[in-house]
Design a binder for this molecule. Structure first.
Ligand SMILES: Nc1ncnc2c1ncn2[C@@H]1O[C@H](COP(=O)(O)OP(=O)(O)O)[C@@H](O)[C@H]1O
Ligand SMILES: [Mg+2]
Length: 309
């Protein structure tokens, strides 16, 4: 038993394709994969099953020789290149295609991706690639166009049912109110199943599910919106954010979403509301590209402050 066994995300990581929440079309495609496999790119939000599916393809479906590389861990393209080359130079012992899983490939620089593209080309005879990425627009076009792209997004209702199933397995019982709370909570975190299951475990201490009063993120975002409306300076609002980063695990996308919902449901006059939401949407978008998410959020606060004045 490893130390990870007590983590529900690991305990309930799908062991076969059947366990994975997947739409019908994708399920049909992946379950019928064989040695004719094309290069594949799995992309989408964190916690939607990209790594799990990549590993199921090699272990459960193709049962083939494979090399796993996490592109954001490995230091330097050279290491990757050498590993990939020495792995794919030699034909597999069973004559089947070998697979190279390049997890989190959007962590590679453009230069790294260009080298990768050549390697993909050169060793296609013996090997196929399964790439994963959170943001497919960070992958250069020549690589994208060599892959079949799949966007993974587990169905909302099925995600909720998965939570119910896990809670049942863990002997956590739910009354009607708790079911409602669970539903809202899954909607909020969707489609990040890793986060959902992690929080589910946190909220289920003592075999009792309690989500509502532990949703600190909501109280932080409410605090931020209130402070802005009270015309507090963005400088002091920034302080609230930094001091409370742990309440939202530095997940700025989540914070944007909460604030978006608060403004969306507010009583602002329509034009003003739309302007604020547009502003917020712009920074939410930038958040997926910037290096420093906190600074980007601070800029967002200043922009909102400006449009409120
Ligand atoms: N589609 C899915 N069906 C069932 N469980 C999932 C799915 N996606 C994610 N999970 C859960 O979340 C955890 C993390 O999934 P992972 O494959 O690492 O996500 P990603 O690589 O997309 O970030 C898994 O261990 C599993 O418990
Ligand atoms: Mg992953």
């Amino acid at each position: 038993m490893s130390k990870y066994d007590s983590l529900w995300v690991e305990k309930y990581r799908p062991k076969t394709l059947k366990d994975l929440i997947l739409n019908d079309e994708n399920r049909t495609f992946f379950s019928s994969l064989n040695d004719e496999i094309p290069h594949i790119m799995l992309w989408g939000n964190a916690g939607t099953g990209k790594t799990t599916l990549a590993k199921l393809i090699v272990n459960d479906i193709l049962k083939c020789q494979y090399l796993y590389i996490n592109a954001s861990d490995e230091n330097g393209v050279d290491t990757i290149r050498n590993k990939v080359i020495s792995f794919s130079q030699v034909k597999s012992f069973d004559g089947k295609k070998k697979i190279i899983i390049l997890d989190e490939s959007d962590g590679l620089t453009n230069e790294g991706q260009r080298i990768l593209r050549n390697v993909m080309e050169e060793y296609a005879e013996n090997a196929r690639f399964i790439l994963t990425a959170n943001y497919f627009n960070r992958i250069i076009e020549p690589i994208r166009s060599r892959c079949i792209l799949f966007n993974l997004k587990p169905d909302l209702e099925e995600s909720y049912l998965r939570c119910i199933h896990i809670l049942q397995q863990e002997n956590v019982t739910l009354d009607d109110n708790q079911r409602e709370d669970l539903k809202k909570f899954v909607e909020k975190r969707h489609p990040d199943l890793r986060r959902i299951i992690n929080d589910l475990q946190k909220f289920s201490l003592d075999k009792n599910f309690e989500a509502s009063n532990k949703n600190n993120i909501l109280s932080i975002s409410t605090k931020i919106v209130k402070a802005l409306l009270n015309k507090e300076s963005s400088l002091s609002v920034r302080k609230i954010v930094i001091e409370n980063e742990s309440a939202f695990d530095s997940n700025y996308q989540l914070l944007y979403k909460e604030i978006f919902d608060l403004i969306y449901n507010s009583k602002f006059e329509e034009k003003r509301k739309k302007n604020l939401l547009l502003e917020l949407g712009e920074y939410m978008y930038r958040d997926t590209f910037v290096l420093d998410h906190e600074i980007n959020f601070f800029c967002c606060l200043m922009a909102i402050e400006n449009s409120l004045n």
